[in-house]
Design a binder for this molecule. Sequence first.
Ligand code: AKG
Length: 282
Amino acid sequence: MTLDKITFTRSDSRIRSKVREAIDEHGCALIADLYDKAETQAIQDAASDLEARAMGEDSEFYKEGSVWAIKSVFDLSSDLARLTQTRAFASLLTATVDDDPMLLHAATMMGKRGGETEPVAWHQDNGIPVDRDLHDERRKGVREGGVPYRFGTKDVLDLCIECRVHVDIQREEGGCLVVMPGSHRWEVMDYDGVAEKIGDQPGLACPAPAGSALIFRPMLAHMSHPPRKPLPDGESRRTIQIQYAAESAKPEKGLNFYRWKQPVRLTPDGAELQPTADCNDA
Ligand SMILES: O=C(O)CCC(=O)C(=O)O
């Protein structure tokens, strides 16, 4: 399996059905030019602005040996919400769930600067944010200042999709994402289960230009290596990973998805960004 099998451009005829087919078969699709030059520049400027602001706010910014991350990106930057979730973006993402509208469930900016020493281990993005913590065996902790997460069930995760917006160029030697095509069909597993199943298979590295985006099922196993050499001066490897669930997807046991204060709803025609106040208070 090579990267060209899952790579598309917006000018491809039947782009929506090709993306849907790649997602069904391989679990992922790379759109090489989701954003044009001006759109990419605007996203980079807004990302730099958020990074500079978030540096001073420890609660939303953290740093590890493998990758740094800023959570709840759209609560912190409505510019980034507007700039990333274009009409083309909404059209391609909803194509993966039979045009069902989709609701945002997480947006995280992540980056590497070149000095990282640890890999991000193989895993699935199988946690879903819910409205109540049942304290049962599917519990996955509490994040974003009090949001309960649990392991999603496979039927629900198959109705979820995520998009990794490549703010900067993703170089292989800079620690780009590596995926295991076809692994979206596996069962829900923790880190150890995924590592065992992967064994010593190398996976498919996904180097990509700035302004491209990788659309994938959250069940797709993925990892990233630390950079093999320092990134060129001033370069970092930033992405914004945006996760959605189809409106028809319902977590088990009468739970609902957590309702964010800044919900985003995608339809094939575009993104509706409608901040509502205190919607979790009821
Ligand atoms: O950005 C990376 O290198 C990996 C991040 C990742 O896999 C994740 O957050 O799910």
